[in-house]
Design a protein. Structure first.
Lengths: 351, 351
C-alpha cells in the first residue's frame, strides 16, 4: 500500500531540509517494505513575489486527498509575516482542523543545553498546543486609523470543542507517559478566556483520575522551563502560549534544529501536517549547513501517524544514536562544522 | 519636604519583604536629609477572606493623594487568581494609568545565571512593558455555558494613546542607554493588533533617527533571551508579552528575588507604584528567608522617581556591593542560607 505525502518545502532553508530528508524516506520505505510517494509543491514566498499568492486558490482542495503533509518552513525577508503565514501555514492548520500540535522537548544524549547543569536525558516532556483557534483567531480590526482615538482589537476565541479536544489529547498522552499534566493559563489577567480554559481542564481531568494536574501561569511556566524543566511530563497550552513555550522548549534542549512537530487532525477527516519548529532562517540560506534533524524527526512522527511505527522508531533511534556519538558529524547550530548533506549521509548508515 | 508613600504589603511574603525594607527607608532618608512617611494598608487576600473585598470601595481615592505606592505581593492559595488581581493590583495599575512598566534585567556581579557561560555584568537590559491595556483588557465573555457550542472570547484592546506612550518611553530610554530598541510582536498570527503595534513603532521611530530598531516575534524573543541575552538594550512589549518576557528576564539574571519594577504614571496626575516582580511565594511564607532585595531595588526606583536620586543610587550601589561580596549573607534563592533579616542588617552597613 502506498502512502501519499504532499511535501511543501516553502521558504528559506525549507527546501534544503526537505531535500535532505528525501533519501531517509527512501531508506525506510525500502527497509520496512512500504511505498511512500512524495509530491512536491513549490508554494511559498517566491511564488507570492511572482504571482501575488502563496498557494493556488484551490490549494487546500489539492492537499485534501493526501495521507499527510510534510512542510519545510515559511517566512521571507521581503514578504510581511502576516502575509506568509495567513496565506499558507495557518490556513492549512485551521482549514484541515489540525487541532492538536504535538511538540516533544527532549534533551538528547550528546547534546548540550544552554542551561547549566543539564545533561542528555535530563529533559523529556511534550507540549500539546491548541492549534486552530484561541489567540490566533482571525477576529478583530482597527478603527479610526491615523486619529488620536485609533484603536485595534484582537479577539481570542476559545470554543468548548476546541478546548476540550486539546485538553483531552493531553490527558490521553499522559496516561501513556508519567501521568502528569501541566495546564498553562493566565487566569489572573485573562478571566474571560482562561477561567473557561481552567473549567474545561477541571471537567476533563475528572475523567482521568490517575492523571495528576498542575495549573501554572504562563509567565511562571516560562521561568520554570528554565528553572526546573526536568519536572514536566505533558504540558497543555493555548495556541499562543504553546507557541512561546515550545520555542523555549526547543532552545533549552539544545537547538531549534532538533525540534520536530506534528499538527494532527484528530478525526482523520483531513491530512495531518508534520514540520520542524524552526523557521526559514534567512541568515543561513544557501550555505548548506541547516540542521536536517528537526525535519527528519518530524518525518519520524509522520511515519508513526501513517501506522509505520517501526519506520518511525528506526529513524528516531538513528537520530538518537548519531547525536550520542561524539565522532558523528554535526551542523554548526550544534557546535559542529558539518554540512546538511554530511549529517544525512552519516545518518543513513545508522538506519 | 516629606514624601508620602502608601505601602501595601499584600499577601504571602509581601509583608516580610516590605517590613524588611523599612529600615533601609529610614537609613537613606536620614542620610540624604529628606522625610519619608510610610502609611501601611493591610489590603489583600486576608482581608478578602474576612470581608469579601481586597480593598475598600474607595481604595483608589484613598491612595490618590500619595506621592508613590510601594507594593509587596498579591496572590493567595485560597483565593482565585482572577479575584486577587482584578480587585487590587490591576485596578491600581489601570486606575492610576500607570502606563509604563519598567523592569530592568541585570545579571549582577557575584550572581549566578542558570545560563551556562554567563557571568556578572554580561546581561543588562530593560523591558518597557505596556501596563494598562492590550491583552489584559477586561473585555470579553462566555456564551452558552455548559453547552457543546459554548464559546469564550477575550479581546485585546490597543489604543493609539496607550501604544504610543509605551513605545515613546522605550525610545526615550534608549537615547539614555545604548540606543537600541527591540519591539516585540506576533504580527504573523495576530494581524489586527500587532500590525497596528508595528505601525506605531515605525511612526515613533521616525522621531528618533539615532535609535536603531529591531522587530522580534515573541516566540523568537523568548528563545533569544536565553540564547543571546547580552545583545538586548531596551525591549518594548505589550502587557502580556512584557509579562512573560520579564519573568524570563528575572530568571536568567539569577533569581526572581532580585527583579524590581516600576509602574509609572507618565503624566504625574496619579501616583506611580513600585513592586518586586516576584509573587507571594506561599511555599516559603513565614520561614523568614524571602529575598528582600527585589523590594529594596524597587524602593531605589521609587526614590529616583521622587527626585531623590542620590538615595536611589546609594541603595542600588549597596545592593550591587553586597551581591559582589562572596562573604556577604544570601538568601536560599541565591544559594545561601541567610535570613531576610540578616541580609538587610548587612545591607545597612553598606549604605
Ligand atoms: C510562523 C508562526 C505563525 C508559527 C506559529 O506561531 O504558530 C510558528 O512560530 C510556529 O510555532 O509554528
Ligand atoms: C500577578 C499578575 C497579574 C502580574 C501580571 O501578569 O502583570 C504579575 O505576573 C506581574 O508580572 O506583575
Amino acid at each position: 500500500m502506498a502512502h501519499e505525502v504532499a511535501s511543501i518545502p516553502g521558504d528559506g532553508i525549507g527546501p534544503e531540509v526537505i531535500d535532505a530528508a528525501q533519501p531517509v524516506f527512501d531508506d525506510v520505505s525500502d527497509r520496512f517494505g512500504f511505498e511512500l510517494e512524495l509530491t512536491r509543491y513549490d508554494w511559498g514566498s517566491e511564488r507570492y513575489l511572482e504571482s501575488g499568492s502563496m498557494m493556488p486558490d484551490d490549494g487546500l482542495a489539492e492537499l485534501a486527498g493526501y495521507d499527510a503533509i510534510l512542510l519545510g518552513a515559511v517566512g521571507h525577508p521581503d514578504v510581511p509575516d502576516h502575509v506568509t503565514l495567513n496565506n499558507l501555514l495557518l490556513p492549512i492548520r485551521k482549514g484541515f482542523d489540525q487541532a492538536v500540535c504535538k511538540r516533544p522537548a527532549i534533551l538528547f544524549d550528546g547534546v548540550e543545553s544552554p542551561l547549566e547543569g543539564y545533561d542528555g536525558g535530563d529533559i523529556d516532556f511534550v507540549v500539546y498546543r491548541e492549534n486552530t483557534e484561541g489567540e490566533y483567531a482571525d477576529v478583530g480590526g482597527q478603527e479610526h486609523p491615523g486619529h488620536d482615538h485609533e484603536v485595534a482589537v484582537q479577539s481570542a476565541v476559545f470554543t468548548r470543542t476546541g478546548t476540550e479536544r486539546i485538553v483531552r489529547a493531553a490527558f490521553e498522552a499522559a496516561t501513556e507517559r508519567e501521568g502528569r499534566v501541566t495546564s498553562i493559563t493566565k487566569s489572573n489577567a485573562q478571566a474571560h478566556s482562561m477561567v473557561f480554559w481552567d473549567r474545561i481542564v477541571e471537567d476533563v481531568s475528572a475523567e482521568y483520575p490517575d492523571v495528576t494536574v498542575e495549573r501554572l501561569l504562563v509567565d511562571a511556566a516560562s521561568m520554570d522551563f528554565i528553572r526546573r524543566p526536568e519536572e514536566f511530563d505533558v504540558v497543555v497550552a493555548s495556541n499562543l502560549f504553546g507557541d512561546i513555550l515550545t520555542d523555549i522548549g526547543a532552545i533549552i534542549t539544545g537547538s531549534m534544529g532538533l525540534a520536530p512537530s506534528a499538527n494532527v487532525n484528530v478525526t482523520g477527516e483531513y491530512p495531518s501536517m508534520f514540520e520542524p519548529v524552526h523557521g526559514s532562517a534567512p541568515d543561513i540560506v544557501g550555505d548548506g549547513v541547516a540542521n536536517p534533524l528537526a525535519t527528519i524527526l518530524s518525518a519520524a512522527m509522520l511515519f508513526d501517524h501513517l501506522g509505520e511505527s517501526e519506520a518511525g522508531d528506526a529513524v528516531w533511534t538513528a537520530v538518537t544514536d548519531q547525536l550520542a556519538d561524539p565522532d558523528a558529524p554535526r551542523t554548526p547550530d550544534l557546535g559542529g562544522t558539518a554540512t546538511t548533506a554530511r549529517v544525512v549521509e552519516d545518518l543513513r548508515t545508522r538506519i
